[in-house]
Design a protein around this ligand. Structure first.
Ligand code: C5P
Length: 391
């Protein structure tokens, strides 16, 4: 999602500085070029060696070493698409808000005319300080993207507002701002993810190994591409788009069916159980003296097939996970399901598919045209699938 983008991270001397190591990894995983600069005080909290190893780039601390015949702060401004200051201390926030340029980081922000995300983190009283609040408001009014700190246990031993927001918030905001190429603007998309849970009794269930990663990657990519996204997921997950939590196949069908013919596309990435328990036991089942017991199963609705048979205006996309004869089975399946596209992947391979962060798939359309997507991250695959569907 971040291929070809350069993110300039500015780390100031908040104790949360160590968390930014993980943020660098999150950006790198999505293909971003990450440049890091730290204030001299932040170097007490994180080391240049760690940051250089993670960003795979030189880390900047001091002012005004001339690089390529331009002062550093200007060449970094030219190169970066976005600047992310996290954690941002009261000191740095107040300096930026007042145009003070007394280190490389503050000088760079002053010269930076592209989007800037600021994620403050500090002691509760500092965060509530009138001047800090005025400076934050001033920055927000001028177009800086402020991600407010959260409440929680702080390094100073107190509990209150001031803790650096979840890294996912900074990450999602970055993706959101950088993906100006919103080719799905105005499109409504519903995506299912995860393995359904078919209860046996109040404490037991039948499910499968689906991690929900592919469906979630599709939802993230669709959102980043500008779509109005609803993710119908068997996992509780906090996202900047609409998430509907479901459990069983029957729940999932109920949640998804009303969208048919009211949205542009429904993608069934969930691993829906083909069968559910016939007689759900209201009370926990007791162990008996029998060595064998039987649990009867009944067929679940085939959600994908049902959607495809009644879709007029909605594109219906299914997934096909096979452990043998992938393409032959996929060709039969797309005809049987009647959907517009089928994404086929080979689950016998350990390096892709279930639980993995990577995938390699074939996209079949209803005329049996086949496109192969080479092995890459699930988010990259998600982008390509969406591009293909809305081509
Ligand atoms: O029939 P099979 O399970 O192989 O088909 C997989 C596709 O069908 C996936 O897109 C899955 O989400 C969908 N499916 C469904 N309802 C079921 C079983 C699978 O929508 N009961």
């Amino acid at each position: 999602m971040l291929k070809g983008k350069t993110i300039l991270i500015g780390i100031t001397a908040g104790i949360a500085a160590y968390k930014i190591c993980e943020l660098i990894r999150m950006y790198k995983r999505e293909g971003a070029n990450v440049r890091v600069m730290v204030t001299p005080n932040a170097l007490h909290l994180v080391t240049v060696l760690t940051l250089e190893s993670l960003s795979q780039n030189e880390v900047f601390v001091d002012n005004f070493e001339i690089k390529e015949y331009k002062p550093e702060h200007i060449s970094l401004c030219d190169e970066a698409d976005i600047m992310v200051i996290a954690p941002a201390t009261a000191n740095t926030i107040s300096k930026i808000a007042n145009g003070i340029c007394d280190n490389l980081l503050t000088t760079t922000v002053c010269a930076f005319n592209k989007p800037v995300i600021i994620a403050p983190a500090m002691n509760t009283n500092m965060w509530k300080n009138q001047f800090v609040q005025e400076n934050v408001a001033k920055l927000e009014k001028s177009g800086y993207h402020i991600i407010n700190p959260e409440s929680g246990f702080l390094a100073c031993g107190t509990t209150g507002e001031g803790r650096l927001c979840a890294l996912e918030k900074i990450y999602d905001k970055t993706i959101d701002i950088l993906n100006k190429n919103k080719i799905l603007d105005g499109k409504k998309i519903v995506i299912s993810a995860g393995g359904t849970i078919e209860k046996i009794d109040p404490v037991r269930y039948i499910s499968n190994f689906s991690s929900g990663k592919m469906g979630t990657a599709l939802a993230d990519a669709a959102y980043a591409m500008g779509a109005d996204v609803t993710l119908v997921s068997t996992f509780d997950i906090n996202k900047p788009y609409n998430v509907v939590k479901v459990e069983s196949a029957v729940d999932m069908e109920k949640a998804i069916t009303p969208f048919n013919n009211n949205v542009d596309c429904i993608i069934m990435a969930a691993a829906v159980a083909d069968y559910r328990v016939k007689n759900y036991a209201e009370q926990k089942m007791k162990k008996t003296s029998d060595d064998e017991i039987e649990i009867q199963l009944v067929k679940n609705p085939d959600i994908l097939k049902g959607l495809a048979s009644s879709a007029n205006t909605t594109k219906i996309v299914g997934f096909c996970a096979e452990s043998e004869n992938l393409l032959e089975n996929a060709k039969v399946k797309i005809k049987n399901k009647g959907c517009d596209f089928l994404i086929a992947n080979d689950i016998s391979r350990k390096d892709i598919g279930f639980s993995s962060d990577e995938n390699e798939v074939y996209i079949l359309d209803n005329k049996l045209n086949i496109e192969h997507l080479d092995k890459s991250s699930k988010s990259e695959i998600a982008y390509k699938i969406l591009e293909k569907i809305f081509e």
